[in-house]
Design a protein around this ligand. Sequence first.
Ligand code: NAD
Ligand code: ZN
Ligand code: ZN
Length: 362
Amino acid sequence: MRAAIIHDAPGDLVVEDVAIDRPIDREVLIRTRASGLCHSDLHVMDGLLPIPLPAALGHEAAGVVEAIGPDVTSVAPGDHVITCITHSCGSCTECLHGRTWICERRQELMRRGADATPRLRLGDRPVFQLGGLGAFAEQVLAHESSVVAIDPAMPLDAASLIGCAVLTGVGSAINGARIRPGETVVVIGCGGIGLNIVQGCRLVGAGRIIAVDLEVTKLEAAKGFGATDIIDASTCDPVEAVLDLTGGVDVAFEAIGLTATAEQALAMIRPGRTAYLVGVPPATSTFALSGTALVMQAKGIQGLFMGNSSPAVEMPLLVDHYLNGRLEIDRLISARITLDEVNDGYEALRSGGTLRSVIVFD
Ligand SMILES: NC(=O)c1ccc[n+]([C@@H]2O[C@H](COP(=O)([O-])OP(=O)(O)OC[C@H]3O[C@@H](n4cnc5c(N)ncnc54)[C@H](O)[C@@H]3O)[C@@H](O)[C@H]2O)c1
Ligand SMILES: [Zn+2]
Ligand SMILES: [Zn+2]
């Protein structure tokens, strides 16, 4: 089967033939139908997030189950499914507390043991799967816990974006920050993730929702997803602008992955409130925080992973919201492309103007 592989980082993807094994144990083999281009894969291509190479990238996908391992119970061949990089065992301390997104066995479930035949191979070389998936590929072989069955009425191109952008964004608002009706919120960075934080805030009735970005197209899109105010950070100091508008917000989200904008988020919140980091900073970056300011103003800073959401619980709900007209996904799709156009799709994300490109498979 054909898959987009990264051999060197920084570097582009090479679409090539990769050997894929049959499902064993709790594994599921999926025929991919759609796969979205998230910025996290671009971090890997830019050399900012090191992973074992060669690797199959792509993690935001939807498709149809082709085959299952003997121990799979939650999906069957023919089911329409969404993938997720969250893997969970169901029995560790975190899983038992319902925090499946930080399962203690996540890393272990993302790949087979060292003695087993690798799921993906290029000749004799094992191919690492980003997030245990590798979804810029005609087929995905993944652990059952990273696969969720959905209503077949859901269009699979829109469904793919629930795999990361929608789950992460809406989940960050609802499950991560637990936004309450009327709260004033700022979202810094309005790409696929930030726009979904905006719409998650709208869904739960936030009051003022302020969107910050450097691109006018993203800010215009943010209005469509529920932003009440927009700030073009290319023309002003966004911290001053937010403080002028509000005197300080109840909740701030950083959805880019830069330390500078994380510091902005912290400066925008009122004392006693929390800034949430959703963007993934480069693996080598560190923060310079004033401990005194944090303590004397009783401020918090917290990372959120995959919207602090349990996919098996949240994905069917998000599908239901979409099918009932409460959730916007179609307008996130700027372009439908082929697998061979994946590098062009990432170039478009880099150069701006694109919300999400989605690879659509025949
Ligand atoms: N926490 C998680 O679980 C999780 C999940 C998925 C993605 N992510 C991360 O979220 C981040 C966003 O992903 P995305 O796919 O939405 O990316 P994206 O490229 O679509 O969006 C980023 C946005 O930030 C804007 N931006 C860049 N610099 C800015 C600045 N200085 N001020 C204001 N806006 C600025 C860009 O114009 C763009 O609109 C990435 O770091 C990604 O790795 C995190
Ligand atoms: Zn992602
Ligand atoms: Zn667990």
